[in-house]
Design a protein around this ligand. Structure first.
Ligand SMILES: N[C@@H](CCC(=O)N[C@@H](CS)C(=O)NCC(=O)O)C(=O)O
Length: 245
């Protein structure tokens, strides 16, 4: 294991809503890097198709390309000898943290994409977002195709087999579950944020911070534990962040 600082370039969706990216898995990774004061260079890339797994984010580390936020974090933790707060938990609590973060990411990511691609407020944001990369007449052609692709994907993944009210209820349960974990300690992993915090933060913070009045995001913003936890994690990570040039 070497403690030498690698050259890291992170390919991620563009910033939005005061956050360094509007991609949930990229936000998890950037918050983790910033918290551990690992310098990185930002490369905005709004087309996930350019990455090796067709998903955002991915990184180049000393010229080697690695995709998937969990794999990137595992690689860098090993290489830089970084110990996660989860390592201090009992084996049983490590299992619970892993189960919670995996379920939260899978479920809330679907809800987040549902609000962005299926609801009018989200669609309006996305049209504007794509217009920063392509001429408006092209957005008018590309966006409906993309929306159709996501509609199929969300149906295949299961979320849109539920009614709108059922989806909103699922969001409420996820956010209240997280708030429950945060009711007796500042972070899911205890006094310090760990992998479960960064993973859940990536999904939840976008909804807490975006100004759109979509129903799941509105619920998230009304839960004080969630908002305070986002504030605390951001203060530890993004305040005084050391980026590579
Ligand atoms: N397991 C991956 C998930 C990455 C992911 O799903 N990224 C989404 C953006 S939030 C994506 O690129 N979606 C594009 C698509 O599915 O076409 C990770 O942790 O990095």
């Amino acid at each position: 294991m070497t403690a030498e600082k690698p050259e890291i370039v992170v390919y991620h969706f563009a910033p939005a809503w005061g956050l360094p990216t509007c991609g949930p898995f990229a936000l998890k990774l950037l918050a983790w890097l910033a918290y551990h004061r690992v310098p990185w260079r930002s490369a905005v890339q709004n087309n996930p198709g350019k990455g090796p797994k067709g998903k955002s984010p991915w990184v180049e580390i000393d010229g080697e390309t690695i995709a998937d936020s969990d794999r990137i974090i595992a690689h860098l933790s090993e290489r830089l000898g970084l110990k996660d707060a989860e390592a201090g938990l009992s084996r049983a609590d490590q299992g619970i943290a892993l189960a919670f973060r995996t379920a939260f990411e899978e479920r809330v990511h679907q809800i987040l994409e549902y609000e962005l691609f299926m609801l009018p407020e989200g669609q309006e944001f996305l049209r504007g977002f794509f217009a920063t990369d392509m001429p408006k007449p092209m957005v008018a052609v590309v966006f409906p195709l993309l929306r159709r692709q996501f509609a199929k994907q969300l149906h295949a993944r299961g979320i849109t087999r539920h009614s709108h009210e059922e989806i909103v209820e699922m969001a409420r349960r996820q956010f209240e579950g997280l708030a429950g974990l945060l009711s007796s300690q500042p972070f899911i992993c205890g006094d310090r944020p760990g992998l479960a915090d960064f993973a859940c933060y990536g999904q939840a913070a976008l909804m807490v911070r975006w100004p759109m009045k979509t129903p799941a995001a509105t619920i998230a913003r009304q839960i004080p534990e969630l908002v305070n936890w986002c504030d605390a994690l951001e203060a530890l990570s993004f305040a005084d962040v050391q980026k590579a040039a």
